[in-house]
Design a protein around this ligand. Sequence first.
Ligand SMILES: [Mn+2]
Length: 430
Amino acid sequence: MITILSKLLLLFWAMIAIAKSPFMGATASDILGGKGLTVWQLTDLRKKIEQQPYECKVYQALVGFVFLNDLLKAFVAQQERMLLSENWVEKPRGLPAAFVQKITVPADACIVTMGDLHGDSCSLNDLIQCWQKPDRDRPAILDAQLRIRTPKTYIVGLGDYVDRADGGTEIWALLAQLKAVNPHHVVLLRGNHENKSINESYGFLRELCCKYGAKKAVVLMNQFVNVYRALPSALLVEVKNASQARDCVLFCHGSIEVGIDLRPVLSSPAAQYQAIDRIDRASLWAQFLADIAPQEFVYASTLEETLLGLEWGDFCLDDERISYQDGRGLKADKVLTQTWLNHMSIPGHRVRAIVRAHQHGSDNDIDLLKKNGGVYQLWDKTVTTVVSCMPLLCRMRKIDIMSTAFLTLHVASTFEQWRYQTQCTPAYAR
Ligand SMILES: [Mn+2]
């Protein structure tokens, strides 16, 4: 009698627990089946994120395994369906090893950009809260269901969503939702940490193991490999204007890649994607690379042999000279960068600038980021670096905390009129 009673009690308790924790019980098909997450489910996850101590390595699963697994599966299916039904320079048979996306935006568009998040779920939560509220000079960007409120607004994630801190799974639960409800206005790029072997050494696999156990972690890791393959390595944004001359900006995580040619996607008005399956750095660029980069780098011809500059590369700061860094790739200087941008441009389509993230490793990088609110520019707007997870990086270095940073790029019909607006979120969560 007692055992039956205790079993009934246990069942009752479990039912209440599931009802109270939708993220542990809901299925992802509810989200990506077009219904959208309900407001209270989103608020529930974000409330939990806010209640967590703001430290690395807490490892409390706020998103249930079944939910996350279903969510990732649905995300990949939706992405693949969308990608393979759209226009490619040359249609691939399946998803290629890497690819670049192109979108055309109106001349009054604004592109809200977040840089590295690195498992700092509080920073993404702060960004979302900030974007859901009106600001002095703009209305709210997102509604309560994470839908973008005006069609001229785009959100770009520059990659490196996980590793370093322990909120990678919560970040992906929010990002997958953001992308699912705004498939054509949100672009999530692939950074060098959207990579299984990097996740094995920099914390994400350990996060998955600690939250879900080793067996389930392997299942999730394999899902994330599929997620990563569905992310573009760069985004070309082309600004529509009255004349035929269009200015473009390249969004990526790292820096330039001298082994690829983006002119096919730029010159084809209908093309939205271009596969990257060959690397050719030797022919045109040997003069820049011959003395600094090892032969394996210069003569690599496939992605498997090398690090893709779009995901891995850096830019020289002030007085640094062009160099090659082992395990990281090329650090491009002003001359090489400008030459590459000119080379990519075709009559009527000039690639004017690069917006990227990634460079936050040295004292110099951090100084520059802190001094400039998480965003700094090189060479008269040619390169803009955005790093969002500034609270995490400051904590890791034990320096004064600053809040989460993002960039809004207000494009205009000519590059000279573009406005770069750096902002930090109020620290909502703590
Ligand atoms: Mn990076």
